[in-house]
Design a protein around this ligand. Sequence first.
Ligand code: CO
Length: 226
Amino acid sequence: MCAKSVEKYNHDHTVITYDSLLQGNKDFVAAALNEDPEYFKRLSEGQQPPVLWIGCSDSRVPANQITNTNPGDIFVHRNIANVVTHSDMNLLSVLDYSVNVLKVKHIIVCGHYGCGGVNAALGDTQVGLIDNWLRNIKDVIRLHEREMSTIKDPELRSKRLVELNAIESASNVAYTSIVQNAWANGQELAVHAWVYDLKTGIITDLKVSAASANDLSPVFKMNVGK
Ligand code: CO
């Protein structure tokens, strides 16, 4: 791919090019070392992030920047529209590693208003391969059909589906054998659903957190032998 094709303006009105990314890296290293000469040595020794972030791939919702955190603070999995399905080996591997090896204490599913994936799921236009991925969000609409059918305004429908999708994804995290076994073993672990507002930069906690199997729908509680 030629550098020109990725050329565009970022929020500072500087041109992002292939070369400017590498220059940006040099600037990043220089600034970090200026503040702390041991910065990379310390980070290279290991990670112990207390948080797993499951978010949207959207370029405007980077986990670290919007929570004012640093490299080493958050273990991250992102996909289009922060979908959590129980057959996604990529996501399950991230989840298993973060719960059983890193021992994260919080898992946060963060959706965002104005999500293109969620909006596509609300429509009936074929986009391509991604239609199959977005089927998961159409399932969320079907699960909440009664509520969704009462909301007529397109923007409100989109916002509510973003919230419901984050909540259902967080529920799906909690329903995995990985999280249920961690709870059965007495591990401190809470699952949360958040939504980020692109227009204000503000995160809202959707207050559906689960910190034990007792917080789950009985249908999904597993017999973990304890
Ligand atoms: Co999105």
